[in-house]
Design a protein around this ligand. Structure first.
Ligand code: SF4
Length: 357
């Protein structure tokens, strides 16, 4: 779903999917946002508190009162500081929902595919887990979304050990131990490259799904990666966590993104990428897709082969042009990559074809 008001957007989507089906009101609902560190959501690092507030309001209106927010920030930060800085302390007080700092939790050891993993006890006690990650690229694993967000459900020592084990297999295993029941991806503002934010990209979208493997496969496409390039997605699929074939999935879009909006306070990296763009009233999801795709081309060493600027935006509707155009609005450009908004993966493949790889 596209829009600018995460609180009402999340309620609309949950209504549309007829949440929560057969879950009885006394059950414990766990909400796992991504508060990897103490930085507000506008930096692209953490889950927008307005989205979580909308989710809690929706649940409480349906009679669910047994709700907890659970998180453990990364090794370098205190979860309590992240709860405060990211706006969750306020949510906790306003809706009377407890915050659980998983850094202070006990753990249970579980086995998976030859690995022994320590998992926080409180997350295993949840009856229904709502995983609320942020749509972000990641310097090591390429993306971080639903599957990797569960790394905030293990003790700090285990987080360090995950890195020595290569991240992918333990992340996949973790998802076969902790079952996610619903994923709500905060794609309002995500990040271009790093899980800690710093290069925020506004996409004004929320993605909801029940299968974290499928959601992550779709997220990979939105960020410009082939899902097979993200090892832990395929591993989780093989372990039976979910199915990753986006082509077989039913994807419903609610609201077209129609309000032109530029990235506010773009980082130097984004300003650099924007030199390849000729924009005229582009919607945020469209512009964000293009920024992500240009970064993926840069990472592949192909950006410098792009010798002309890419047209994007509603201002090009009906106008002919002699350059490359991205999105339906530029369909009169000589060379055109379709979509409204296009996915970054489609733009990457389209530009690669146009520049002859
Ligand atoms: S193609 Fe045009 S209308 Fe569609 S998302 Fe892009 S800029 Fe907006």
């Amino acid at each position: 779903m596209y829009g600018e008001h995460p609180k009402s957007m999340v309620k609309t989507i949950l209504d549309r999917i007829k949440f929560p089906h057969s879950l009885s009101p006394g059950k414990l609902i766990g909400i796992k946002p991504n508060l990897v560190l103490a930085k507000p959501s506008k930096t692209g690092a953490t889950t927008d508190p307005r989205l979580v507030a909308g989710l809690i309001e929706f649940l409480q209106e349906k009679g669910y009162e047994n709700i907890k927010i659970l998180e453990s920030s990364w090794v370098g930060d205190k979860t309590s500081r992240a709860f405060e800085v990211c706006g969750y302390q306020k949510i906790s007080q306003q809706y009377n929902v407890p915050l659980v700092d998983l850094k202070k939790d006990e753990y249970i050891t579980r086995r998976c595919n030859g690995l022994e993993l320590k998992v926080c006890k409180s997350i295993l006690e949840v009856d229904y887990l709502i995983n609320v990650p942020v749509l972000k690229a990641h310097c090591q694993t390429k993306i971080t979304c639903a599957l990797k967000n569960l790394k905030g459900c293990i003790p700090d020592g285990e987080k360090r050990r995950f890195h020595t084990q290569g991240l992918h297999k333990p992340i996949a295993c973790l998802n076969s131990i902790i079952k996610t029941d619903l994923v709500i991806v905060d794609g309002i503002i995500g990040d271009l490259t790093f899980e800690e934010g710093g290069n925020p990209v506004q996409m004004n979208r929320i993605i909801v799904g029940r299968d974290p493997v499928l959601v992550d496969s779709y997220a990979s496409e939105l960020l410009g990666f082939d899902r097979f390039a993200v090892e832990y997605i395929s591993m989780a699929e093989k372990m039976g966590v979910g199915k990753g074939n986006v082509e077989d999935a039913k994807i419903y879009e609610i609201n077209k993104d129609s309000k032109p909006e530029k990235i506010l306070q773009p980082s130097e990296k984004i300003k650099h990428l924007a030199r390849w763009i000729e924009e005229d009233n582009a919607c945020s999801a469209c512009y964000g897709s293009l920024i992500h795709s240009l970064e993926r081309l840069r990472e592949k060493g192909k950006l410098d082969k792009l010798k002309e600027k890419i047209l994007i935006g509603q201002g090009y509707k009906g106008k002919p042009g002699g350059q490359i155009g991205v999105g339906e609005c530029t369909k009169n450009a000589t060379r055109h990559i379709p979509g409204c908004p296009p996915r970054a993966g489609d733009i990457v493949r389209g530009v690669e074809r146009l520049i002859g790889h």
